[in-house]
Design a protein around this ligand. Structure first.
Ligand code: LCS
Length: 397
């Protein structure tokens, strides 16, 4: 299906960009596990390289299975097109290579996924790229960092792992006024709950590893630019950097995305109930979940998201020691990094996903020692609640 614009998200995830296999009519797009594609004759090969024939050339450039996945997510995000990458980090490095110039400046959310921040601080800084990572949930912090050479505003909302929410529309306005490109990491919300391009962003990207694939069996990424011009710029960067998605990986991601809406709805319903249960627990000192009225940006989350998602973080009165006991004691959520899978996952960001961020920067971003992150999966609420109850029972207060 080429155009799914007016369809419900439940229909879109299944049909957008999909077509039966032209050879045998198979309902699923096959895995075109082929590195190269044979030209009928020399003229056809030359025409493909010249862009006059849009057939396939080589899998690093374009592949039919990958294209079916790209077309699907591009329509879920209402973008110009999709560019699938080997991982979420590959999506970000491809984007930054395409859009930053030597000595340009980037402003980013301070509580982003640790490596997304360190990629700029450790590597792009070698080429003179300047950066400021600030609490973007307050737009004034962004304004304070603007420089004449600022090129990119890079936000992650909800942020990993603090769940801070940034106003996408306000950032889009600020970007327009100052000639910035607004990039949104939409991994935590998924295209089911938030569509940054509709709110004025220029580019959205995802770690496909998480909700989009949803089964914790592959890593992957996808970039969706809003315009043809941006798409072409990023496409060049992807082809030359080489971080393309593999056809088998694309096929798994395509299989995963078809149940995205169902999984997101189920897991967020459970997360909302668990957030309330955890908030009411006597051993808990704080909880951050965008669907709780106590969340500092609850009103904004309600406005820009279609639901509050399945991630939450909290701290125990007993601090890190109690949190450590809790994550060692739960039986259903696996003690593992990653998120957005069908199974619940629990981890300690300060010593795991964000361990690479220097402690003073972590603290400034609100990634405190006591913070425990829970990604709620599709298990039953009662089972998860009882499991947490027994695990809380084993912690000291
Ligand atoms: N963006 C966000 C928001 C992420 O959470 C991650 C990975 C990435 C980008 C990078 O994607 P990847 O290359 O891993 O596909 N987040 C992880 C996490 O919180 N735990 O383990 C990985």
């Amino acid at each position: 299906m080429k155009d799914s614009k007016n369809l419900d998200i439940h229909t879109k995830v299944i049909h957008a960009g999909q077509h039966p296999d032209p050879t045998y009519g198979g309902i699923c797009v096959p895995i075109y596990q082929s590195s190269t594609f044979v030209f009928k004759d020399a003229a056809q090969g030359a025409a493909r390289f010249a862009g006059k024939d849009d057939g396939y050339i080589y899998t690093r450039i374009k592949n039919p299975t990958t294209k079916a996945f790209e077309d699907n997510v591009a329509q879920l995000e209402n973008g110009y097109g999709g560019l699938a990458t080997s991982t979420g980090m590959s999506a970000l490095s491809t984007l930054l290579m395409a859009l930053l110039d030597q000595d340009s400046h980037l402003i980013g959310t301070d509580a982003v996924y640790g490596p997304s921040r360190m990629l700029v601080e450790m590597f792009f800084s070698k080429f003179g790229v300047g950066y400021d990572y600030v609490d973007t949930s307050d737009i004034q912090n962004i304004k304070n960092c603007l420089r004449p050479n600022t090129k990119i505003l890079f936000i992650e909302t909800p942020a990993n792992p603090t769940m801070a929410i940034t106003d996408i529309q306000a950032c889009a306005e600020l970007s327009r006024e100052n000639g910035l490109i607004l990039i949104v990491d939409n991994t935590f919300a998924s295209p089911v709950l938030q569509n940054p391009l509709d709110l004025g962003a220029d580019i959205v990207y995802h770690s496909v590893t998480k909700f989009i694939n949803g089964h914790s069996d592959i890593c992957g990424g996808i970039i969706i630019p809003k315009t043809k011009e941006l798409y072409e710029k990023v496409f060049k960067s992807l082809v030359y950097m080489g971080g393309t998605m593999d056809p088998h990986q694309s096929w798994l991601a395509l299989r995963g995305v078809k149940s995205l809406a169902l999984r997101v709805e189920k897991s967020q319903e459970t997360a909302q109930k668990l957030a309330r249960y955890i908030q009411g627990h006597p051993k808990v000192s704080w909880v951050n979940y965008p669907g709780l009225e106590s969340h500092p940006q609850y009103g904004l989350a309600k406005k820009q998201m279609k639901g509050f998602g399945s991630l939450l973080c909290f701290g125990l009165k007993g601090g890190f020691k109690a949190g450590e006991k809790l994550i060692n004691s739960v039986q259903i959520p696996a003690l593992a990094v990653s998120l957005g899978g069908i199974e619940s996952l629990i981890q300690h960001p300060a010593s795991m996903t964000h361990a690479g961020v220097p402690p003073e920067k972590r603290d400034a971003a609100g990634i405190t020692e006591d913070l425990v992150r829970l990604s709620v999966g599709c298990e039953a609420y009662e089972d998860l609640k009882q499991d947490l109850e027994q695990a809380f029972g084993q912690t000291i207060s």
